[in-house]
Write a protein that binds this ligand. Structure first.
Ligand code: BV8
Length: 270
């Protein structure tokens, strides 16, 4: 990313003049924190088709028919989240709050924006760090350490002889249980499920009232999240930060962990 380029300077000027900023992030935002994206070459959906692993009916059917494969999916999904830390991109977004009102709207479920210090974060696909009951009734928070223990337990049992559905359920009991008297699950929006509220409604309102939206690390393929960009006011600036490019007037092609700190410093000073 050439910080002397005209497009970078224009993006910095627009951000400096902005009075209300929305940062809209996808999986690419956390790539430099060690969390794989979904649709890049090594992405999760290439190894684990979402219709079988990211819908509730698909996941339950796969858990009965292929418990080892579901264990592998959960290890691949939860392992990186359990040991992730905010990267310089997350920290730069949090620093921006010292200079202007910032709302983060994230499709990610890893809690890294809050851990970096961002104070207004709408998790429109929910969070892996919260456990809910029926009707998404909040039950408790889940620490990264607890998540790491579930992953360690899965790694331990997956290789045992006779590993089957009952052993899988036992290993994931801290995050998922279903029964007549008890039910709990991660507060994550799977495909076919409605968006997390009130975050989704608040995200739409924030986008409708911003004058600068920075889209970071999203392929714009998942709906209705990607349709948020249709809610940006006509006169607002849309900056896109992604090595592959993406929707937006100003394209800053590069990794979030490098481009965001440079952009925030150019706009607001060190
Ligand atoms: C719903 C939680 C309705 C789980 C996720 C309209 C048209 C077509 C389809 C639909 C539609 N409306 C609804 C649908 C169906 C479906 C859908 O969108 N399907 C898609 C696949 C076509 N949507 C839904 O089901 C949604 N629900 O609509 O409900 C309803 C109404 C009433 C009653 C019942 C239901 C729910 C969708 C939520 C699904 N859950 N996640 C989990 O996280 O494991 S989606 C999942 O994809 C993640 O949340 C992820 O964030 C999200 C989007 O992907 P991206 O974030 O964009 O990630 P991706 O890998 O694609 O791209 C990464 C980008 O980063 C790339 O561009 C890459 O270049 C870039 N990058 C890489 N490295 C870096 C980088 N950028 C910067 N720096 C780097 N270092």
């Amino acid at each position: 990313m050439d910080q002397n380029s005209a497009v970078f300077q224009m993006a910095a000027n627009r951000l400096r003049q902005a009075t209300g900023v929305v940062v809209f992030t996808g999986a690419g935002m956390s790539a430099e924190s060690g969390i794989p994206t979904f649709r890049d070459a090594e992405g999760l959906w290439h190894q684990f088709p979402p219709q079988r692993f990211a819908t509730l009916p698909g996941l339950l059917a796969s858990a009965v028919a292929q418990p080892r494969r579901v264990a592998e999916f959960l290890i691949a999904l939860l392992g990186p989240i359990a040991c992730a830390r905010p990267n310089p991109g997350h920290l730069a977004i949090a620093r921006l709050e010292a200079h202007k009102p910032v709302v983060v709207v994230t499709q990610n479920i890893d809690g890294l924006h809050q851990q970096a210090g961002s104070s207004t974060v709408y998790e429109i696909h929910g969070s892996m760090l919260r456990i809910v009951g029926r009707g998404r009734r909040p039950l408790r928070r889940l620490s990264r350490a607890e998540l790491a223990t579930v992953v360690d337990d899965l790694r331990e049992v997956i290789g045992s002889r006779g590993f089957a559905f009952p052993q899988l359920l036992r290993a994931i009991e801290p995050i998922f249980a279903t029964g007549i008297t008890h039910y709990h699950r991660p507060d994550v929006v799977l495909f076919g499920e409605t968006m997390a509220e009130p975050d989704w409604s608040q995200a739409i309102t924030a986008v409708q009232n911003c004058d600068c939206l920075i889209a970071v690390g999203t392929s714009g393929t998942v709906m209705p999240a990607a349709a948020l960009l249709d809610e940006v006011p006509q006169q607002a600036t849309v900056i896109n930060i992604d090595p592959a490019g993406g929707p937006g007037e100003l394209q800053l092609r590069g990794p979030a962990g490098t481009v965001l700190p440079a952009l925030v410093e150019a706009a607001c000073g060190p």
